[in-house]
Design a protein around this ligand. Structure first.
Ligand code: C2O
Ligand code: CU
Length: 582
């Protein structure tokens, strides 16, 4: 166990006792750079409250959360993730467009004491992504203990823009969450990470990067007198944030979940649901050195406005129980920002243009599907897609490789949700609903998204292209990113099918005479390399490679010339899945 007393905690205790405002410095996660990321997910502990440290989970050296992984578009990366938790877990690369088997969803389990080593090419646009456990029914437990981390993807387009990008100086990641403490027979001050009646869907104390606001002690960061970039992630269980600044300062959104927006969007409020990210610029260049501004959650009913307030997660009025919280239905401070001198090459102007996105349009759509979210909160019910709770053995949707689909999510359940889909970054298309909910795609959602807020009684449609990765064996997930809902079964799965896979059947096989020739003919995807295998026994034989053949178009012909195979009275050929299909 670490020593439970650190300087900040002494200040905390003294400050609290005297009722004097005091500050705890924000922790900035260290960075790891490509191509190889070694991650050790382990149990540790952290000082939060006097009496006993809190058991926490972290990747690598921290005591809550993990290092920020810096990746570059186009590069190949390798991750070696060792699970030193007492349970099986998984780690999902939220927002990354990668093969399903590398995705780290509930299927890619990592038994305790073992190492999982996914590898992939980074295809995403520059933006802020994240990683977190995704084991079905234990995601709240593992994420709740602090297991998670940021992924920052860089690309050439973003690198050419005059934006703040000195990590930890004028470019700061902020993960927002909250926790409630409880006391076990053995120990004080443990996180309540339970789902269900004795559990906790909304924490009592706000945390930024795992550092807690408590009493008169607030989390503080010192930022230079210039434009600064904040990469904000909502990693809550259920709480949605109505973000803004203490003096209604205008800030500028530059990125959504999966990339830059076309031009900075001026805002005074930004709603962020669990799983969503936003990159914003804050102009501190006219603030005096030593002055302060606070990042706030304007979550009180009065602050939300009529439409947003409808079934707003975190607006429940109770202060105790599974859905109560000391932070519910109030405006509260997240982070105290103190202004210091500018750095040597400060960004002092807002770029007018960021990029030209080729968003998907309805004209691109090749298939539409509608998914209905219904149900109620346990124990009386559970929120489900299309009337069925999640089963890991059921594939709920089949999507064709390269399809551009319009997905419409109808929320007819009794609560609001955060819909998340793996594999793709989508273009939000529409949000409709009654006059009591927010409708329309909001100013802060005009970009690439993988998670979107869907209030009760509303319907959201988005457009997505399912390219690059197909596998009949490895599904991708879609689910509510309110972690307790997900664990309860508000999750489903889809496979992306290479429709040409059906063409892999051998369409003709002819043998002429004795010891003459065998000709195989099968339809194939142009440009794809297939491997042919041969065996003398269909059921028990070992399959040996015969040849690789590259399709030039609609079919591939293979003429057998091997004398020993041709002299056999019987033999079998098989075509393997293309090697670029996972
Ligand atoms: Cu961030 Cu399927 O999750
Ligand atoms: Cu939900």
């Amino acid at each position: 166990m670490k020593l439970p007393i650190i300087l900040a905690s002494l200040i905390t205790a003294a400050g609290s006792a005297l009722g004097v405002q005091s500050y705890t410095p924000l922790w900035i996660p260290p960075t790891l750079t490509e191509p190889t990321f070694n991650l050790n997910l382990h149990v540790t502990n952290k000082y939060y409250l006097p009496g006993s440290n809190t058991i926490t989970y972290a990747y690598n050296d921290g005591d809550f959360w993990g290092p920020t992984l810096i990746m570059t578009n186009g590069d190949n990366v390798q991750i070696n993730l060792t699970n030193n938790l007492p349970d099986t877990t998984t780690t999902h690369w939220h927002g990354l467009h990668i093969p399903a088997i590398m995705d780290g969803g509930p299927h890619e389990t990592i038994p305790k004491g073992t190492t999982w080593s996914p590898t992939f090419t980074v295809l995403n646009r520059a933006s802020t992504y994240w990683y977190h456990p995704h084991l079905h029914t234990l995601t709240q437990n593992h994420l709740g203990h602090g297991a998670g981390g940021f992924i920052i993807v860089k690309d050439a387009q973003e690198a050419a823009l005059p934006l703040p990008r000195t990590y930890g100086v004028d470019d700061v990641p902020l993960v927002l969450t909250s926790r409630r403490f409880y006391t076990t027979a053995a120990q004080l001050n443990q996180f309540n990470v339970t789902n269900g009646a004795t559990g906790c869907s909304y924490g009592d104390y706000e945390m930024v990067n795992g550092v807690m606001n408590f009493g008169t002690t607030n989390v503080q960061v010192i930022l230079p007198r210039q434009y600064v970039r904040l990469r904000i992630l909502n990693a809550e269980i259920e709480r949605v944030y109505n973000l803004g600044f203490s003096n209604n300062l205008t800030f500028y959104q530059i990125g959504t979940d999966g990339g830059l927006v076309n031009a900075p969007v001026p805002l005074t409020r930004l709603v962020l649901a669990p799983g969503e990210r936003a990159e914003i610029l804050l102009n501190l260049s006219t603030n005096a050195v030593g002055s302060a501004v606070n990042l706030m959650a304007f979550n009180s009913t009065a602050s939300l406005g009529t439409q947003l307030a409808f079934a707003f997660p975190g607006q429940e009025t109770g202060t105790t129980g599974q859905f109560g919280s000391l932070l519910n239905n109030i405006n509260f401070q997240i982070l105290h920002i103190v202004v210091t001198n500018a750095t040597t090459n400060p960004i002092l102007a807002l770029p007018t243009v960021l990029c030209t996105n080729s968003f998907l349009t309805s004209a691109n759509v090749t298939k539409t599907r509608t998914i209905t979210l219904s149900g109620g909160q346990p124990p009386s019910g559970v929120f489900v897609f299309d009337s069925s709770p999640f089963s890991i053995h059921v594939v709920n949707q089949y999507v064709s490789l390269n399809a551009v689909e319009q997905w419409t999510i109808v929320n007819s359940s009794i609560f609001s949700h955060a819909f998340h889909i793996h594999d793709v970054e989508f273009t939000p298309l529409s949000r409709t609903g009654s006059s009591s909910v927010i409708t329309g795609i909001q100013a802060y959602e005009q970009g690439w998204k993988d998670t979107i807020y869907i209030q009760q009684n509303s319907t959201v449609s988005f457009l997505a292209k399912f390219d690059n990765f197909a596998s009949p064996y490895n599904p991708f997930m879609y689910h509510c990113h309110m972690i307790d809902h997900e664990d309860e079964g508000t999750m489903a799965q889809f496979v992306v099918q290479n429709t040409n896979t059906a063409d892999l059947y051998i369409t003709s096989c002819t043998r002429t005479g004795t010891n003459q020739s065998v000709s195989l003919n099968f339809k194939a995807t142009p440009g794809t390399t297939y491997q042919l295998l041969f065996s003398t026994n269909f059921t028990t034989g070992s399959w040996n490679p015969v040849a690789t053949v590259t399709s030039d178009g609609t079919s591939v012909n293979y003429l057998e010339t091997n004398a020993s195979r041709l002299t056999l009275s019987r033999g079998f050929y098989r075509i393997n899945e293309p090697t670029n299909n996972y």
